[in-house]
Design a protein around this ligand. Structure first.
Ligand code: TIU
Length: 231
């Protein structure tokens, strides 16, 4: 039997089997975290998201040491925008629409500098990268297939933004039968009140969408578990 871990969480502690657990890093892209990208084009203060980078990096390093499946997602579109539905495009601001040129290349377009994951969390060989056209990471992707093929039953969902792509993905995962833990300091929003409310919604009503924890609680019991992954 593989290693397992009991983690303090709301509304109640969770026991995780590490060989059935994946770390999901959602949309930690330059387009959301750096000035000049999609997040900024929508009128947001992108500096609000920086606080979650260091906790995510710590969790990622430990997940790699323990050999967890690591999945990164990126929101973005094909260069010809054939996977961008008109409704999403219509809600973009003038001068900052998806596909337009910005300081980091074409906004939210695959292959452009802004679409890339920030250097602190750059994927390494063996990690899965899922390109998604929507907010939820299961919509129009093979994420479900990848997770089931790996025997994953539990997800640790991190990333940005709490109430948009993290929440959409947590809800999708919950409906698909995955147990989801969200470390509060490993996700962030442009709106602190939405971050807080988003987390409360997940853990409310007995854990209606999943469980809320933090990086310290996740890391509290891992030091004694031997390394199994890429160093
Ligand atoms: N606008 C906003 O808060 N988020 C997004 O558009 N995408 C993600 O959350 N990744």
């Amino acid at each position: 039997m593989g290693a397992s871990l009991t983690v303090a969480a709301l509304p109640r502690p969770q026991r995780l089997a590490l060989d059935e657990t994946a770390l999901l890093l959602i949309d930690m892209q330059r387009d959301f975290l750096e000035p000049g990208g999609f997040g900024a084009a929508l009128g947001n203060d992108v500096s609000q998201l920086r606080a979650c980078v260091a906790p995510c990096a710590k969790l990622l390093a430990e997940a790699r040491r323990l050999g967890l499946l690591v999945v990164h997602t990126r929101e973005g579109h094909r260069p010809d925008l054939t996977d961008l539905h008109p409704e999403k495009l219509a809600r973009c601001p003038a001068g900052g629409a998806i596909g337009e040129r910005g300081p980091m290349g074409r906004i939210l377009v695959r292959g452009e500098p802004g679409h890339g994951i920030i250097p602190e969390l750059r994927p390494i060989t063996g990690e899965v990268v899922i390109d998604k056209p929507g907010k939820g990471a299961f919509h129009a992707t093979d994420l479900d297939l990848v997770l089931r093929r790996a025997g994953t039953r539990c997800l640790i969902a991190c990333g940005v933004t709490t109430e948009v792509c993290v929440h959409s993905t947590v809800r999708e995962a919950n409906d698909r039968g995955f147990r989801v833990l969200v470390p509060s300091d490993c996700c962030a929003s442009y709106f602190p009140t939405f971050h807080q409310a988003g987390l409360e919604m997940i853990a409310a009503q007995g854990g209606i969408f999943g469980f809320v924890t933090d990086s310290a609680s996740l890391l509290a019991g891992t030091a004694d578990i031997p390394a199994r992954g890429v160093q």
